[in-house]
Write a protein that binds this ligand. Structure first.
Ligand code: GLU
Length: 320
């Protein structure tokens, strides 16, 4: 279901203009698991039902945790599930063609970060995590650390560290309408303070890389799990600094959880697609289970392509 700013349901077809571009963006830190499949059911379901395009992006900005063998396994499981992205053929992917992969072209991040630095919007930061934790006693344990701006005006020598932060001025609240959750408001300067764009190891961060990629790939609808909802305000704040005329729109879907309600671990290999394949599940059975786990109005039975598309139709009675 989609909601307008007042929380009123609106038909998908009024919200999604044909030709919109969304993306599937797995991180190759492990194999394809049910959490990815839930995301894929939403991404390809909405795209197929409403004339959208799905671009593939391999999010391997975290060089320490990503592995080429995981990427190959993810592409193979996607192929088995019939998850065909636009813009690159399955045959090419099978033959080893490169999908859009973050590590293939780090210059697109470096160029934009350099421009922000020259404009005085990004600055070097030498703070360690423990220094930030020590300077932010107001943060509750377990919550995200808010950077207090220690290095903002210290004029740190750029050669002292690769780490860079982007200024997030205090105050403004980012308001947006999530296509499923309705009106949301977040205050990035309260949540995280000045945004880390590149870390002390020289890796571009998730937040910065995704902001650049969504702009470069022309993504106008981001469909992802609710675990990333807290990132959205800061990605909206980042978009104009990167040169976007408008930020993408967002839809956050329910997460797969264990029966006890705990979140499914992304890297622990829970409910891996490979294991399900090997134990005799069909692709329709896996997709049907994912549709149910992902909060769609479906009983978990094997899902045909037509049923899948119908889940995202505009029959209000059929929507959860
Ligand atoms: N790469 C992230 C993941 O695998 C998705 C990030 C996003 O959708 O913004 O969970």
């Amino acid at each position: 279901m989609s909601d307008d700013a007042r929380g009123m349901p609106r038909p998908w077809r009024d919200v999604l203009a044909p030709g919109f571009t969304t993306r599937f963006a797995p991180s190759p830190t492990g194999r394809l698991h049910m959490g990815h499949v839930v995301n894929a059911v939403w991404v390809w379901g909405l795209a197929r039902a409403h004339g959208g395009r799905v671009l593939l992006r391999i999010e391997d900005h975290d060089r320490g945790r990503c592995r080429p063998e995981h990427e190959r396994a993810i592409l193979d499981d996607m192929d088995w599930l019939g998850l065909v992205p636009d813009g690159i053929s399955t045959a090419d992917l099978r033959a080893g063609a490169s999908p859009q992969r973050q590590s293939d072209d780090l210059s697109r991040y470096a160029t934009r970060l350099g421009a922000l630095e020259r404009a005085g919007l990004a600055y070097p930061c030498v703070c360690s995590r423990s220094a930030i934790a020590g300077a932010s006693p107001a943060n509750d344990a377990g919550r995200e650390l808010r950077y207090p701006g220690t290095c903002r005006d210290r004029g740190i020598d750029p050669s002292a560290t690769p780490a860079r932060r982007i200024r997030f001025e205090d105050g403004p609240v980012e308001s947006f309408v999530d296509l499923r959750l309705g009106a949301c408001a977040q205050s990035p300067s309260e949540q995280c303070g000045d945004l880390l764009a590149r870390d002390r190891g020289g890796d571009f961060t998730y937040q910065f890389a995704v902001g650049v990629d969504d702009l470069v790939q022309g993504i106008d609808l981001v469909i992802r799990g609710e675990d990333l909802l807290e990132s959205t305000g800061r990605q909206i704040r980042l978009a104009p600094a990167l040169g976007a005329a408008t930020p993408p729109r967002f839809l956050h879907h329910p997460l797969v959880r264990h029966a006890d309600g705990s979140k499914l671990s992304k890297s622990a290999g829970d409910s891996g697609v490979r294991e399900l394949r090997e134990s005799g599940w069909t692709r329709e059975a896996v997709l049907g289970r994912a549709a149910q786990l992902g909060g769609l109005p479906h009983d978990g039975a094997a899902l045909s392509l037509q049923q899948w598309v119908d889940l995202f139709g505009d029959d209000l009675s059929a929507r959860g």
